[in-house]
Design a protein around this ligand. Structure first.
Ligand SMILES: Cc1cc2nc3c(=O)[nH]c(=O)nc-3n(C[C@H](O)[C@H](O)[C@H](O)COP(=O)(O)O)c2cc1C
Length: 283
């Protein structure tokens, strides 16, 4: 779900980029989407496995988030206070979800898009889907949304090339464990066969170093990037990355580490984690 299409991204970057795929009931559409990702030379597909149904998002219910946006007295008041922002938004080229609109017969605008999407998440999603998606795409498939070591194993048995330990930023199952909590058992189970990444809750450089110490190969951010974007546009996103990088650098220095590849379990103090002289994490 994004305002930029796969093709928009391919046109505007020379860097390798990934495409995140939800499996929807309309398999013809999904097949076409995978083919488009392939044609646009996406270097990997990220298959989200934790949104076979939409979670109960209490904040969204409370704040009335909807597509298309509803105009309430409060939102109109906010827009009146930010006329320049509104003018800039109206001047942008992309006002809809361009991977879908124009590619599905029944979807012409935001209202029909919203109804279509809500009816499309596929509760029958299962591990066998990893296999056919990988076959169709023909490149690396990264399975996102894993919180359990046996699930990580199942993903790999069905062809996943890497795993993202994720609880969807806490937006799906309220009460699901934190990703840093489950990372060690997942790395233990599959870290010697595949790359394990982590997201959900990364807010500062220290969070990154903890995940790397427990064996993640990389971490991703969701909301911090959006906060930067909201506050300062493109420069704001760059600033967020700079802040996290600086915090990571400072933390490494204070831990006595000069090379990120040397970060490991010996950097962690914890009562319920392996002892400090345990072998270094596989990073
Ligand atoms: C506004 C918003 C939209 C998101 N959309 C998707 C999505 O379309 N597909 C997906 O796999 N995850 C989606 N996510 C989840 C992120 O990919 C990521 O797992 C999560 O935001 C990481 O947690 P963090 O926000 O705490 O960094 C979304 C998250 C947010 C905040």
């Amino acid at each position: 779900m994004s305002v930029c299409s796969i093709e928009d991204i391919a046109e505007n970057t020379t860097a390798p980029f990934w495409f995140q795929l939800y499996v929807m009931r309309d398999r013809d559409f999904i097949n076409r989407l995978i083919d488009r990702a392939k044609a646009a030379k996406c270097s990997a597909l990220v298959l989200t496995m934790d949104l076979q149904i939409l979670g109960q998002r209490h904040k969204d219910i409370k704040n009335g988030l909807s597509t298309p946006p509803k105009f309430t007295p409060y939102s109109i008041w906010q827009m009146m206070q930010h006329p320049l922002w509104c003018a800039r938004m109206l001047g942008t080229k992309r006002h809809t979800f361009r991977n879908i609109v124009g590619h599905v017969g029944r979807v012409h605008d935001l209202a029909s898009l919203s109804a279509w999407t809500a009816s499309q998440f596929d509760p029958t999603l299962n591990w066998a889907d990893v296999k056919w998606i990988k076959e169709r795409f023909g490149g690396p498939v990264i399975v996102k949304g894993v919180l359990d070591a046996d699930d990580a194993q199942a993903a790999i048995d069905n062809g996943a090339d890497a795993i993202v330990v994720s609880n969807h930023g806490g937006r799906q199952l309220d009460g699901a464990p934190s990703t840093i909590r489950v990372l060690p058992e997942i790395v233990d189970k599959v870290g010697h066969k595949t790359e394990v990444y982590l997201d959900s809750g990364i807010r500062m450089g220290q969070d990154v170093i903890k995940a790397l110490a427990y064996g993640a190969k990389a971490t991703f951010i969701g909301r911090p990037m959006l906060y930067g974007l909201g506050a300062g546009g493109e420069a704001g996103v760059t600033r967020v990355l700079e802040i996290i990088r600086k915090e990571l650098d400072t933390t490494m220095a204070l831990c006595g580490e000069r090379d990120i590849l040397n970060v490991g379990l010996h950097n962690i103090y914890s009562n319920d984690m392996p002892p400090r002289n345990a072998p270094k994490a596989r990073i």
